[in-house]
Design a protein around this ligand. Structure first.
Ligand code: PLP
Length: 394
């Protein structure tokens, strides 16, 4: 059966191919040490699971969530969290939308704003959804290169005037996948002023806002910038913060106009999140301060082991300040693809070639600290040993 033209315009989801390659190696009895997909390997905290079980037993959670925006309990917990964590005040009536993870929100916000031929400013490298969805709506993604020399922040001054005039949306993602970069407040201020001047909406993907390593260096919300709600919507997720990727829950917060646009798009596609999951998510956010340090300390141990190991091989990198990704420049003479292939074939180490994330990702590979199996530090040490034995150096 012939499929829609629309489907021909989108590529297969990139990780499908990497997952297939990994499956093949496992079948051949040659399981790699997997630094590939960024999916937390630790379980959802027990207090959240308990809250779900209890809520699932309450028939009041079983029907549609007719509010459309999310339950009062969940939105209240989000507003409290945003106040405690970022000092951001939100009106639970119109400035918060419950979402089916960050991804769903990122998709529907594009459908809410982008018409054919609209320009969308998209970081390069980036999570694939921004560009793919923009294209699916007929929009044109204009890449904003993220380069090491500029701390992996886009250079807004470098965007040509004609593009600025046409742009209707700008995606940002800090803390950043795949580079691990964090945006300082000055950058968010600059971006908000830019969006105001050129009349575009900023979609700031904050899926990794809580995976950070230093209490004194906590990532900011773009909504901390005065007046940001006029031009920005920020997308949050419980996926990475609470090891809840499979639960599919997050939220969008920002100016009423943008939240309502998202809500209108999504309410015509999905029917919200199971209210028992919303209740459990509210409990998770209430317990954030008790739980987050454990998660952060665990990733910090792994980050330190991996980065120090790579440094011992001569790799010129610093420890990322946030996210569970390490963004590694490839040795001279290698491409992303050739280096990732060498790591896999010669060292049994699975890393993602940076080019998967866009042309500016070429020259890098990404390693994720979410490692399955026992003895995480042992596996990291083994990977470094394999790399050394495989002749990897910088
Ligand atoms: C940058 C970024 N945004 C959003 C998501 C999706 O998160 P969620 O599970 O909340 O849909 C991911 C998942 O890897 C991601 O890397």
């Amino acid at each position: 059966m012939e499929q829609a033209q629309r489907l021909q315009r989108i590529p297969p989801y990139p990780f499908r191919e990497i997952a297939a390659l990994k499956t093949k190696m496992i079948q051949e009895g040659n399981e790699p040490i997997d630094f590939g997909i960024g999916d937390p390997d630790m379980p959802t905290p027990q207090f959240v699971i308990d809250a779900l079980c209890e809520a699932a037993n309450d028939p009041e959670t079983h029907p549609y969530d007719e509010s459309g925006f999310g339950t009062e309990r969940y939105k209240g917990a989000i507003a409290d969290f945003a106040r405690r964590r970022f000092g951001v005040e939100l009106d639970t009536d119109g400035e918060i939308q419950s979402t089916i993870g960050a991804k769903e929100a990122l998709v529907h916000i594009v459908w809410a704003y982008i018409d054919p031929s609209d320009v969308v400013l998209v970081p390069d490298p980036a999570y694939s959804v921004y560009k793919v969805q923009s294209g699916w709506c007929g929009g044109a993604a204009f890449p904003m290169p993220l380069e090491a020399e500029n701390n992996f922040l886009p250079d807004l001054e470098a965007i040509p005037e004609a593009v600025r005039q046409q742009a209707k949306m700008m995606f940002l993602n800090y803390p950043n996948n795949p580079t691990g970069a964090v945006a300082p407040m000055e950058f968010f201020e600059e971006a908000v002023a830019f969006a105001r001047k050129y009349e575009m909406v900023i979609v700031q993907d904050a899926a990794y806002s809580e995976v950070y390593y230093d209490e004194g260096d906590r990532p900011h919300s773009i909504l901390e910038v005065e007046g940001a709600k006029d031009v920005a919507i920020e997308i949050h997720s419980l996926s990475k913060t609470f090891n809840m990727t499979g639960w599919r829950i997050g939220w969008a917060m920002g100016g009423r106009e943008h939240v309502e646009a998202l809500s209108r798009a999504k309410s015509n596609v999905d029917s919200g999140t199971f209210m028992a999951i919303q209740r459990a998510a509210a409990e998770a956010l209430d317990g954030y301060e008790d739980f987050a340090p454990q998660m952060q300390e665990e990733y910090q141990r792994r980050r330190d082991a991996l980065v120090e190991g790579l440094q011992s091989l001569g790799c010129p990198i610093e420890k990322p300040r946030a996210t569970f990704y390490v963004w590694i420049p490839v040795p001279e003479g290698e491409t992303s693809e050739s280096f990732a292939t060498k790591l896999l074939a010669d060292c049994r180490v699975l890393a993602i070639p940076g080019g998967v994330y866009g042309p500016s990702g070429e020259g890098f590979v990404r390693m994720s600290l979410t490692i399955k199996g026992e003895d995480k530090i042992g596996q990291i040490e083994q990977a470094i040993e394999h790399m050394e034995a495989g002749g990897i150096s910088w």
